[in-house]
Design a protein around this ligand. Sequence first.
Ligand code: FAD
Length: 387
Amino acid sequence: MEFELSEEHRMLKDLVARFVRDELMPLEKSVLEREASGQGAIITEEEKKVLDDKSRELGLWGLDAPADVGGSDLPVLAMIGVEEEISRTVTPYVLPPDSPNLRMLMATVNEEQRQRYLAPYANGKAISAIGISEPGAGADPAAMTTRAVREGDEWVINGRKIWVSRAAEADFTILMAVTDREQGATRGGISAFLIDKGTPGFNVVRRIPMIGGAFTYEIALEDCRVPASALLGKQGQGFAPMQIRLSTRRVQMASWCIGLSQRALDMICDYAPQRRTFGTPLSERQAIQWWVADAATRIHACRLMTYDAAWKIDQKRDVRSEISMIKVFGTEMAWEIIDHAMQTFGAMGMTKELPLQLMASQVRNMRIYDGPSEVHRWVVARSLLRR
Ligand SMILES: Cc1cc2nc3c(=O)[nH]c(=O)nc-3n(C[C@H](O)[C@H](O)[C@H](O)COP(=O)(O)OP(=O)(O)OC[C@H]3O[C@@H](n4cnc5c(N)ncnc54)[C@H](O)[C@@H]3O)c2cc1C
């Protein structure tokens, strides 16, 4: 039994750690200032270009993309270390391509879609969004009502999506819609479609500022006509690949929570010995020592659980429960550890000059998207109680 990343995957993790230290960390101050002034936690186009050039030069693009579209075909396990390192800073940067939609495309595209969507996506030439949530269907996506009706060689889509990240910027959006009202989501009623940016009837109606310096969008689908070839995967079989996509994000999120928690713990360990109150360094207070010990213990546990889930995914095993466990464990762990770091820093921890408040808000979002914690606990309990 191995509890560590292989030498090759550890070297990759170290390389990403250096990229974060040398390229992303220096931008953090500007990102915090932009977020504090209401612009969101963003980097500029120029900054992004420099980061893109550097990360591509380091060979950090297409890490888990298929080799035949220029990727390195790395397993999920290798990506845990990558995601852990990239999340240690609040400078928002995604090593192209973002894994969730990549995995969904890999499971569904036909040859034409492979060339038109998967290849440019894998090569960092296209960005994508996913439209699942609706005003009346979030935690329970099977309750969605957006409809796609076949008319000749076209699909006509009507409905509303909300909370969709990157919807206005994405070159294409993977949109989930009901194609057979009689069938439930898992029995063949929901399909996925590829909608190109600028398609008439795909109307971004609202940009919604979220906590954590993020933005999402509301989309009105009004007689949005797409060709038959826009169907992604088999008609009525959209739910299973959508779950692949959601699971990929959940594992990624657990990895991000490890990185965020480690950063918060490192900040406590650097600061507590220096700060004296009542004549004694904070590091000599039992309250702080217990936060440090508990944080280290939980980070260790989360890392092992996440390696375990990733390894099982690579072995093609059913990991629904494990994924729900790490999504809840990771996000709640990070939330508490960051909160303890904010408490340790006192008033300084309440400022927008330190990254802690932004880290906390990002984790707070994570406790909602890709399934709220309560739903994931329910998934774990249901599988045990059914036995
Ligand atoms: C920052 C951010 C980015 C997002 N990006 C996207 C995106 O790109 N694409 C997209 O499609 N969606 C996106 N979402 C939407 C997200 O996936 C949904 O918000 C989420 O699934 C919850 O749905 P809801 O908000 O409708 O909450 P609801 O479904 O109304 O649930 C509200 C609350 O009810 C409780 N609850 C619900 N079901 C149960 C249950 N079975 N048992 C116990 N309690 C329960 C939970 O506490 C839950 O938080 C994003 C959300 C956020 C916050």
